[in-house]
Design a protein around this ligand. Structure first.
Ligand code: 5AD
Ligand code: FES
Length: 341
């Protein structure tokens, strides 16, 4: 009954959402409904996003993140423009039609440099969507990147509850500014991705409901979720990892609340369980984001411990994912993968 209501109304009461999140009673029904709705909107198509982790320098100090500025044990790197373009060239040949430039908040990459890179990629690959994931900026900066040719922006809100936000971030960061960024991005005309870590320290079920409520207001085009995973060189080194089943349940719920949304089956999900990404696809996810970064730098972009796709074996993530996706009955398509609203 609960699942039918959610599927029909795309909404439940706070109490009902809590029940769904906290018990395994509805899991089978939720998974089946989420898969049915993803097939209604997207068939069995899975979209590819080629992830280019172009800098691991970061001026921020988020308590959960392995590349936070206080971590002295990271070997810092920046890709040159030439290296970034080479990633795109390789990706294009492999069928990628979306490139995600992701990095820490690195002051070296001024707006001028970002715009130059974006417009060069835009000129070389006019049929590709350029996505940025470079953190909190001013509205003017976001506008400049957009004018240079960036069409999408990923900025997970991390948690929509200000008190919880303050437990995960240093005092100079705020939930309010994070949300301001997301609304600015929307107003400019970006396709926007929000998202959060499931099972982050101090997170309650009510926090997850608050996240759903925030996203109902924001109406993001994409929602990135994965389990929180501890990193040995952060203040959260002893915190427990997020649970696979809770991530899957939330994926299923999100597919029913936002039927049209682009939902990645994330690397963190594949890290918490060897078949995590396959399970994610079966619970409503329809996007995978293989790593396109040069293998030599991948081990330095460790947001959490034991991240997959960082060793030599990962040179061919594309082929690996192809097999994984088809093993559960879906298929990767060569497409920009725009949101279907
Ligand atoms: N565990 C899981 N996800 C993490 N991220 C950062 N650190 C961790 C961690 N320790 C996620 C954040 C960020 C995205 C790029 O990676 O949600 O927005
Ligand atoms: Fe990267 Fe399998 S997807 S190695």
């Amino acid at each position: 009954m609960l699942i039918e209501t959610l599927r029909k109304n795309h909404d439940l009461t706070d109490e009902e959402f809590c029940t769904l999140l906290e018990t395994d009673r509805y899991d089978e029904e939720l998974k089946a409904a989420a898969d049915a709705v993803r097939r209604e909107y997207y068939g069995t198509d899975v979209y590819l996003r080629g992830l280019i982790e172009f800098t691991n320098y970061c001026k921020n100090d988020c308590l959960y993140c392995g590349i936070r500025r206080s971590n002295q044990n990271v070997e810092r790197y920046r890709l040159t423009e030439g290296e970034i373009f080479a990633c795109c060239e390789e990706g294009y040949a492999l069928g990628y039609r979306t490139f995600v430039l992701q990095g820490g908040e690195d002051p070296y990459f001024t707006d001028e440099r970002i715009c130059a890179i974006v417009s060069e990629i835009h000129t070389r690959y006019p049929d590709c969507a350029i996505t940025l994931s470079i953190g909190e900026k001013s509205r003017e900066s976001y506008q400049a990147y957009f004018d240079a040719g960036a069409a999408r922006y990923l900025l997970r809100h991390e948690t929509a509850d200000p008190a919880h936000y303050a437990m995960l971030h240093p005092t100079e960061m705020s939930c309010e500014n994070r949300k301001r960024c997301l609304y600015d991005l929307k107003a400019i005309g970006y396709q926007v991705g929000a998202g959060l870590m499931v099972g982050s320290p101090y997170q309650t079920t009510q926090n997850l409901v608050t996240d759903i409520r925030f996203m109902q207001e924001l109406k993001p085009d994409m929602i990135g979720i994965g389990p929180f995973l501890s990193h040995k060189d952060t203040p959260f080194r002893d915190k427990p990892n997020g649970k696979l089943q809770l991530v899957l349940r939330l994926l299923g719920i999100l597919r029913l609340v936002f039927p049209y949304v682009l939902l990645p089956s994330t690397t963190a999900l594949g890290t918490v369980h060897p078949l995590g990404r396959e399970f994610g696809l079966q619970w409503g996810a329809n996007v995978v984001m293989p790593n396109l970064s040069p293998t030599a730098v991948r081990e330095n972009y460790m947001l959490y411990d034991n991240k997959i796709c960082t060793g030599d074996e990962s040179a061919q993530c594309r082929g690996c994912l192809e097999r994984r996706v088809s093993s559960v009955g879906y298929q990767i398509v060569t497409d920009r993968g725009d949101v279907k609203k």
